[in-house]
Design a protein around this ligand. Structure first.
Ligand code: EPZ
Length: 422
């Protein structure tokens, strides 16, 4: 699919526009299964995950109208996708379960794919929808859920982002009232609740760990602009903090990024909030410690980009990954560039400040791939980053273009496996 050529870069400067959040847009798109009226999502980023989900929704009978960066979605008679093949390509495809069940009383979905950063079961999604009255069974790699949804109480053993979204997307059309306890509080959940309320849903407790949902008979259309991508913004901040540059991130939302901003400031970066977004200047110099947690803790999606930054900092930075059990795959690739990283179970110790030299490396997953671009920028010479599965383009709209606009030398080329292997 893609190979990235990255050359050493000393200084980033200039300004870039942050796109809408992938992880906000995908659940919003699934709400197209909930209504006959068009829901229009503005400012939709150009990502392969968005295209894959649109193909899945198309198979579910959702009407799709694209106008520039706006996407309108609505469905008269939604159904489960006929071919389950696409579902195994992306994690967020599982979010069609809740709305399909609510609308039709039936959903059949293949077990989802996505980044292999952990086992990523969907037991909490199923348990939640069962608590609303669904009956679930697993056959040949697909889950079938049946039953009319009615209000119910759900307690999530872990504040899972996806499970909270799936249950919300079902409960808004369930008969009666529902409650989700220990719900996820990520900004993308808040955005989904606001969007559903704009469609006529009644959700209270937004932004807290307990969500109350009064089920409605039907929902209507709306026009909605999703929140900016806090992970794209965080990745760009890490890139800037690795160099002695000055970068303005237009449209970034500092209120969604407190944990990351705090860490970067602790590392020595100078970050200022301004009316147009965030400005970062000065090189980070101090090593740091990161423990990934559910929001408002430090986001697991920022662990890999922060590790790329840690490669430049003299001393030992410590990473404790508590959310996903296999999310240090990028560390192995960073070692190919000369990084000194020791992994012990869920802890990574990065002895930064070592000389790095360009090499051929692999993109292991979405955020790990982006982190390798940053690591390549820190390495002397040229780094070739192979991304045969197209991980990076799944979640970043033109990351090479954004970095190059700030002075980096990152280009994406067509993938030729024979050349790469030879
Ligand atoms: C969402 O994944 C994001 N994906 C992930 O972003 C993000 O890393 C993650 O939330 C955590 O913030 C999307 O929004 C599409 P979870 P999700 O359910 O919903 C366990 C990226 O790079 N769990 O909160 O899959 C699970 O195994 C991606 O953009 C269960 O045990 O995350 C994990 O250990 C990667 N059973 C933990 O909970 C379940 O039923 C958190 O998962 C569900 C989850």
């Amino acid at each position: 699919m893609a190979i990235y050529r990255i050359r050493h870069c000393e200084r980033l400067s200039g300004e870039v526009q942050i796109h809408s959040a992938k992880n906000a847009v995908l659940p919003l798109m699934c709400a197209g299964l909930l209504t006959r009226d068009p829901v229009t999502i503005e400012n939709v980023p150009c990502l392969t995950d968005v295209d894959t989900l649109l193909n899945i929704l198309d198979e579910c009978g959702v009407h799709i109208q694209r106008d520039g960066t706006s996407v309108a979605l609505w469905s008269e008679a939604p159904c489960s996708p006929t071919s389950q093949n696409l579902l195994s390509h992306m994690r967020a495809s599982v979010l069609i379960m809740g709305p399909l069940l609510a609308r039709t009383g039936y959903a059949r979905v293949a077990l989802p794919g996505g980044c292999a950063i952990g086992q990523r079961p969907i037991d909490l999604h199923i348990k939640g929808l069962e608590a609303l009255g669904a009956h679930a069974h697993l056959t040949s790699g697909a889950i079938t859920l049946q039953g009319e949804l009615r209000g119910g109480s759900v307690y999530l053993d872990f504040p899972s982002v996806g499970a909270t979204e799936n249950i919300l997307l079902g409960a808004v059309l369930a008969r009666g009232n529902s409650r989700i306890e220990n719900a996820a509080k990520e900004p993308e959940i808040v955005d989904l609740c606001k969007f559903l309320n704009a469609m006529g849903a009644k959700i209270e407790g937004i932004g807290t760990g307990t969500l109350y949902i009064e089920g409605q008979k039907q929902l209507h259309g709306c026009v909605y602009r999703p929140i900016p991508d806090r992970i794209e913004a965080g990745t760009m901040l890490c890139a800037a903090a690795m160099t002695d540059g000055s970068v303005l991130l237009r449209n970034a939302s500092p209120e969604h990024m407190r944990a990351v901003l705090f860490k970067l400031k602790e590392a020595g970066a100078i970050i200022k909030e301004c009316s147009s977004g965030l400005r970062i200047s000065g090189r980070a110099i101090h090593p740091f410690q990161v423990r990934t947690l559910a929001y408002p803790g430090f986001p697991t999606d920022m662990q890999a980009p922060m590790m790329a930054l840690a490669l430049r900092l003299q001393g030992t930075s410590v990473f404790l990954e508590t959310i996903f059990e296999n999310r240090f795959m990028h560390a192995r690739e960073m070692v190919r560039l000369g990084a000194h990283i020791r992994i012990e179970d869920r802890i990574a110790l990065v002895n930064g400040g070592q000389p790095l030299a360009g090499a051929t490396v692999n993109s292991t997953d979405l955020r790990g791939g982006a982190a390798m671009i940053l690591a390549g920028m820190a390495a002397e010479g040229e780094t070739m980053l192979q991304d045969p599965q197209g991980h990076i383009a799944r979640g970043y709209e033109d990351l090479p273009g954004m970095l190059s606009a700030l002075g980096a030398d990152v280009t994406v080329m067509d993938w030729n496996p024979e050349e790469a292997n030879g």
